[in-house]
Design a protein around this ligand. Structure first.
Ligand code: G3H
Length: 478
């Protein structure tokens, strides 16, 4: 009635005893759209306890039955596409079409995970001892993959559903229980997604969702002794979590400053289209967005002209109208983006468009002739602003890419596959895309960042493996 959503614990929807709620501000209207429960530490303790208890019998539930439940949840999730997408539009201002795509992609990811899980976890190894020097064939080693226990999933605002299920599904198929702490912006979309798992009939405690202020329950959750694995996607908070977390496996996907290197022989129409899609979809609020263009001087004018023509065609406005550029997630985010733009202005960058902002809405902006002393050459705006740095040779591009403290993805545009491979090998990033913009998907591809961009690898198989441990039994013959 009052638009305050309940949290999900022990298979039930509950109101927090705190009597407090957290408002979710609609980025477009900048008014409170929804509220979620401000859970207490005691309530977190309860969730952890039930997750721990539920995990024991969940791990003993036959693998095929776990897969069946996940397939069911995936189907229900897809059936709920419309209301969840509407939530995403209101909570994070994701363009309507992209919001619907996120839900379908999530359903597909859950199903894929169920299928991959039965295969990965349906096999173990059998080793014999006499391959190792000094041994007779007197030891038989049998291995299988066992769950870790309770997995804590913390997804970011930009994919509150998809980057939640990319953690939930592998955890559950592997026999772990899962506690979700959704981002504040996106919490209601996430709760609705959890409702789909509830409807699918998962045993109580196998999946839970606590909401609240990071400042009150964030550290308490990540440092909780009941947590056996953390899968986090987001910003600098991830670095802080990794310093404080206990001796448990961590999967971290943090920021990126994905470089796009354009060589002289590149297909410039393809490059321009990829830069606009890669740099400006969801208004640049993707860790895999193109965040710096490194273009050879001789073709820079032509490329910049092509990019600007395309930028001129982008629609700017509310997500309900499915505009290409929509308000960024919070006012503080818009202020941060603006600070990078002003810094570049002061230091002499070429503004290809006039800087324009209304509330959280920032018009797409290309900054040419960016120099290394400008903050935007290194920092990620997470907004619709893209710097262009002109380079004299490929090495300069590689050097700029590798000088970053981030190392998520990068891309190269050239028709010369040999050059592309050499540059790819030289770039210190988790993935390099040849002739396309950076992207995480398809979601079964491994996805990982070097340096401050992350720990471990995501992707369906990588995540399932990461959320299990090898257990062996050795039969010793007399
Ligand atoms: O924001 C980080 C996401 O992992 C990027 O995913 O490449 O599908 O947009 P995406």
């Amino acid at each position: 009635g009052d638009n305050t959503f309940k949290y999900y614990s022990e298979g039930e929807w509950k109101v927090s005893t705190s009597g407090k709620s957290v408002p979710i501000i609609n980025p477009t209207t900048r008014k409170t759209q929804f509220k979620v429960q401000a859970c207490t530490q005691e309530e977190v303790n309860k969730v952890m306890e039930s997750a721990k208890n539920a995990q024991k019998s969940w791990a003993k539930t036959p693998l095929w039955k776990r897969a069946e439940l996940l397939h069911k949840a995936a189907a229900i999730l897809k059936d709920h596409k419309k209301p969840i997408a509407e939530c995403l539009v209101k909570e994070i201002a994701k363009p309507a079409k992209d919001a619907a795509t996120e839900v379908v992609r999530s359903g597909d990811l859950v199903s894929y995970c169920a299928e991959e899980g039965v295969r990965i976890l349906g096999e173990g190894k059998f080793l014999v001892s006499d391959s190792f020097p000094g041994n007779e064939r007197t030891k038989y080693c049998l291995t299988s993959k066992v769950p870790l226990g309770v997995v804590l999933a913390i997804p970011p605002f930009n994919y509150p559903v998809n980057l939640a299920v990319s953690k939930i599904a592998p955890a559950l198929i592997a026999g772990n229980s899962l506690v979700l702490k959704p981002p504040t912006q996106g919490a209601v979309s996430a709760l609705h997604m959890v409702h789909c798992f509830h409807l699918a009939g998962f045993p109580k405690g196998v999946i839970s969702c606590v909401t609240g202020k990071g400042s009150e329950i964030g550290d308490f959750l990540t440092m909780h002794p009941g947590v056996n694995c953390i899968s986090f996607t987001g910003g600098d908070t991830g670095i802080a979590i990794s310093r404080k977390a206990g001796m448990i496996p961590l999967q971290m996907e943090l920021g990126g400053k994905d470089a796009c290197i354009i060589l002289e022989d590149a297909d410039l129409d393809l490059a321009a289209a990829s830069i606009v899609k890669g740099g400006f979809s969801y208004s640049g609020q993707r860790c895999t967005a193109v965040k710096v263009v490194l273009v050879m001087e001789s073709i820079a004018d032509t490329l910049v002209k092509k990019v600007n023509e395309k930028l001129g065609k982008l629609t700017v406005g509310p997500p309900e109208n499915d505009c290409d550029i929509t308000p960024v997630v919070t006012e503080s985010s818009a202020n941060f983006i603006e600070s990078l733009v002003m810094d570049a202005k002061k230091k002499g960058a070429t503004f290809c468009q006039e800087y324009k902002r209304e509330g959280n809405l920032i018009w797409p902006l290309l900054l040419d002739n960016v120099k290394p002393e400008m903050r935007i050459a290194w920092e990620e705006p997470f907004g619709p602003v893209l710097p262009v740095i002109r380079i004299g040779n490929a090495e300069e591009g590689i050097h700029h890419c590798n000088a970053s403290n981030f190392g998520l993805q990068g891309c190269i545009f050239t028709k010369d596959i040999n050059k592309a491979m050499l540059i790819s090998d030289a770039m210190e990033t988790g993935t390099v895309q040849i002739n396309s913009a950076p992207a995480r998907g398809p979601d079964h591809f491994p996805f990982q960042g070097l340096k401050d961009s992350g720990i471990g690898s995501q992707g369906v198989a990588s995540s399932i493996n990461m959320m299990t441990k090898i257990k062996s039994t050795v039969i010793n013959l007399p």
